[in-house]
Write a protein that binds this ligand. Structure first.
Ligand code: MTE
Ligand code: MO
Length: 486
């Protein structure tokens, strides 16, 4: 049903969407696209079955039948959008990825305020209605997790094993952060804003608090948003207010915002000092990097995704389609290869460009029978292009290698391999009591780590309050590193 709806949406958008479409030069492409769409519609049911079988083969993830989202962790909630869903300019909220380090807080508007203090002339406490009465602004921007694509790094790194879908594009409505700061007046020496949300950490995990530099805070595009795609923020996405830091990775986009403290230094907390940092220079894959050489993750990389076709299609004219995005420097072109990167051709960019949003693209392909590897590679106005090989970094941030998407072109539908049996979660070595007090099996299953990496993770979790029994620690490590190995 979901796939059918998706096809219908695409079809309608194609028929009614781009005005520039009805030009002779692109008429051919639209014909290709429509034929591709019709083909897609006829295969959609079987394709759904095929791709859910494929999703079942991916280690450690479940695909929800109700929303189609891939669950990386049900609690804390981490959901990823499947790659086939990259067909909308604006990501529908139910398809928008969710990443929370702890449980989603339930904020009551009547009790909620935003307080701003620290190095300011006049500390304030704003009610929601007061914010709503301030001048409104709207901005289209991509929200992408710094760890999106982490699962593709080799050697593997610990953390949520996102593939493509920890990203979405939305229209955000709210107030300019600069306007709010005008009300309090920054004092001389103010350098950073410490942002804190209403979420409460699990165990002894440090509270999720982040700083942004004053320069980013005063950027006219930086905002505090209360609406996403024209509706109030949902609880999962930060109701009632979150930071929008366009062009930056979403670790800075603090949700459930309730307190801003103006500082004269960068905050020393875990989520600034240890997490969300990457090396300031290229490092050999797998090496540990000295803390003094690690700098905060800020700007996103230019990137693109192929949404269509899926794993299998019949020979003929096929629409290769997807989206591209970048940082403050907009997407300038998307190139497509249908021969695994030997040759490249320009895709057509659809719709009107926005500074920070998704740009849809389309390429007409005359597909012959056989296995093929499709690739897409975007560039931005700064002249940056997606690489074919990623520079490795210890936490697996900002992956933007040109995607290689295999597709089988054949008249006959391939037979999907049966899903492998998944071992049941037992409770030897204190595993269940230790790990499953906060996580669901998904969390462990998606990690594919060496014993040394598990050792580090177990240390971190012990510090955060996981009940690791010292006499069972070795056995726990044996268990984790044999069941969830690279
Ligand atoms: N208060 C708070 N804000 C947060 C987080 C969080 O755990 N707590 N997670 C951050 C991270 S790492 C990401 S990727 C984005 C995810 O935003 P979304 O769930 O709306 O997609 O929120 C960011 N803001
Ligand atoms: Mo993230």
């Amino acid at each position: 049903m979901k796939t059918k709806g998706r096809c219908a949406r695409l079809y309608i958008r194609l028929k009614l969407g781009g005005r520039g479409f009805v030009r002779l030069s692109v008429l051919l492409l639209s014909v290709l696209y429509l034929r591709g769409t019709i083909l897609w519609m006829t295969i959609s049911r079987r394709r759904l079955l095929f791709s859910s079988a494929a999703a079942a083969l991916l280690p450690g993830n479940a695909r929800s039948a109700s929303t189609g989202m891939i669950t990386l962790s049900p609690q804390p909630l981490d959901l990823e959008m499947p790659v086939d869903d990259f067909i909308d300019e604006f990501t529908p909220v139910p398809s928008f990825f969710i990443r929370s380090h702890t449980l989603i807080p339930e904020v009551k508007l009547a009790d909620w305020t935003l307080s701003i203090d620290g190095l300011v002339e006049k500390p304030i406490r704003l009610k929601f209605e007061e914010l709503r009465q301030m001048p409104r602004m709207e901005l289209v921007s991509v929200l992408e997790c710094a760890g999106n694509g982490r699962s593709f790094y080799a050697p593997r790194v610990a953390g949520s094993q996102w593939r493509f879908g920890a990203v979405g594009n939305a229209k955000w409505t709210g107030v300019r952060l600069r306007d709010v700061l005008d009300k309090v007046g920054l004092k001389a020496g103010a350098t950073n804003l410490l942002l804190d949300g209403a979420d409460v950490p699990l165990g002894k995990m440090p509270d999720f608090q982040r700083t942004i530099p004053v320069a980013k805070a005063l950027d006219p595009d930086t905002m505090l948003a209360y609406e996403m795609n024209g509706a109030p923020l949902t609880a999962a996405h930060g109701f009632p207010l979150r930071l929008i830091a366009p062009g930056w990775a979403s670790d800075s986009w603090v949700k459930w915002l309730q307190h801003i403290e103006v500082l004269d230094h960068e905050f020393e907390g875990f989520w600034m000092k240890t997490a969300y940092r990457h090396p300031n220079r290229p490092v050999a894959p797998g090496t540990a990097v000295d803390a003094k050489d690690m700098v905060p993750v800020t700007d996103l990389n230019v990137k693109s995704v192929i949404a269509h076709p899926g794993e299998w299609a019949k020979p003929g004219h096929i629409a290769v389609a997807g989206v591209a995005w970048s940082n403050a420097s907009p997407v300038s072109k998307v190139e497509v290869s249908t021969d695994a990167g030997s040759t490249w051709a320009l895709a057509k960019l659809l719709g009107e460009p926005t500074k920070y949003g998704f740009r849809k693209w389309l390429y007409g392909w005359d597909a012959r029978e056989g296995p093929h590897t499709l690739m897409s590679r975007a560039s931005n106005a700064n002249g940056e292009t997606q690489p074919l090989e990623e520079q490795w970094n210890p936490s697996g941030y900002l992956w933007n290698v040109a995607q290689a998407r295999p597709v089988l072109i054949s008249r006959k539908e391939p037979v999907a391999a049966p899903a492998p049996e998944v071992a049941k979660a037992e409770a030897p070595n204190g595993y269940a009591a230790t790990c499953m007090s906060c996580h669901d099996e998904h969390m462990m299953r998606q990690q594919r780590l060496t014993r040394a990496q598990w050792d580090k993770e177990v240390n971190k979790m012990t510090n955060w309050g996981a009940p690791v029994q010292p006499e069972k620690r070795e056995a726990l490590l044996d268990y984790l590193s044999s069941r969830f190995k690279p």
